[in-house]
Design a protein around this ligand. Sequence first.
Ligand code: GAP
Length: 557
Amino acid sequence: MAFIVKKKISGREYYYLNENKRIDGKVKTKTLAYLGKNKKEAEKMSKKIIRDLADEKINKVEEKINVVTKMEKQKISIDDLSAFCKRKGFVYPSGDIYGGLAGFWDFGALGVEFKNNIKREWWNFHVRKREDIEGIDGSIITNPRVWEASGHVGGFVDVAVVCKKCGNKSKVDKHELGIARCEKCSGEFEGKGEFNPMFTTSVGPIASDSVKAYLRPETAQLIFSNFKSVYDSARMKLPCGIAQIGKAFRNEIAPRDFIFRSREFEQMEIEYFVNPLSNSCPYEIPDVEIFIYSEEMQKKKSEPLKMKVKDALAKKIIKKDWHAYWLATEFSWFMSLGANPDNFRARQHFTEELSHYSSDTWDLEYNFPFGWKELQGIADRGDYDLSQHEKFSKKDFKIFDEVSKEKVLPEVVCEPSLGVERAFIVFMLDAYFYDKERENVLLKLNPKLSPVKAAVFPIVKKPEFEKICEDICRDLRSEWNVVYDKSGSIGRRYSRNDEIGTPFCITIDEESLKEGDVTIRDRDSKRQSRVKVSDLKDKLRSLIDGEIDFGKVGRAI
Ligand code: GAP
């Protein structure tokens, strides 16, 4: 324990911070610091030094904990993940009691919280925090002319195929029939007829008057068809974007790999519009490094190269600055929420692979348990969609650009389009660890994404402890999803929460009754700290937002 001593030298007072330590059975005094000549200043300085020393000790303990903890990254299959999600209440097959329906899934109590957190983080990052992007929420069923203009009615016709060798069901583009081979066994495909992946419905209760309509296969077209209204009413200026999160439906021939390819899913999309005559990117490209896999590298069968996105642009591997900007931005969103950079790569589409509306597309791919697959598409759509809607609606989609003082039809220089369910899988897989010491799964989700932010436990089931727990829960629930858990041993309660990714557990014990404080336990390091109940909400907020290190949250125990 450190203490202040005053020494008088030649009639003047000097203050020191000393500490007694038992060395070889004898108590020895060591001077830790000179505190100056003024008593008040010395007291202030001593408090700071004691605090710093405590932090230093905590950091050393933390280092030890990291060495000692036997945490293992678990490589699990997609079926294991599906079983885990069902067991823990994240995701169930839809209509499970009747045997389910392929490609449809229901999200349970934890799943809906987790999914909402992903969507909220995406919206905050892409819409709320930016000046240049506005949001919309379009309708799932709209005027069918929208889908005629977009090319979905006439253009998006696939051929259903079945592999003659292994029976794998798949789909191919019309032009690939007879050329494409089974992705599972390289067998020959047999065509089973053309199909349009859009689900149809009829609008209007009387059959003779009803109109054939479609469930939207992407959210993007609602952004295009509303472009002019949003641009004018939100007083936007190029370059700018419109974002949307919402359901999309595709009658996939082979829904598979849990929620990776479903028939009903959600998209988070941005259409980013620029003036086609002056479209250079004014933003700095985020300083991130990723595996780059260009069309040329793929053709030469060389390995992807890890490099800064900025350098890929400088070397003209990525051609447009806007493309580089959005690729780096999207990757950095995943990184900011704790995803593992080594599981990501940016792959350019082959020219033959490009959608009819795109002149260049880069996918953010992820190393899923079933291989590298598209996580997010980042396409240059040009003015395809706005000019199609101009043509079909006979409305003018041009806007007056304040900078160039001209009327222009904006171009979509980038369309970052991400499936919520694919992001769900990525965050889950990267967070999934097994702790040999604890003998349980540890879901190391970023606290911002965790479905439950805190679990509150009374050390014993007695009214005086339970009353404090209930008050704390009520207070914390005004901001977060918080659980009150009073069943089983404390150890069991910790592991239950480790498995669902709860970052902080709060225990109310004997000392809480006397001192008005609680113990917070950190999921990943198992460290514990005492915090006053009156400070709890603010401290928890700082922890969830990643503003303070756990070592600084309170008195370490
Ligand atoms: N507006 C462009 C568009 O929809 P896409 O590549 O067809 O492009 C964009 O889809 C993203 O939507 C994909 O990268 C993926 O994340 C997600 N997605 C597409 N089809 C899906 C499906 N059947 N199930 C789950 N997610 C899907």
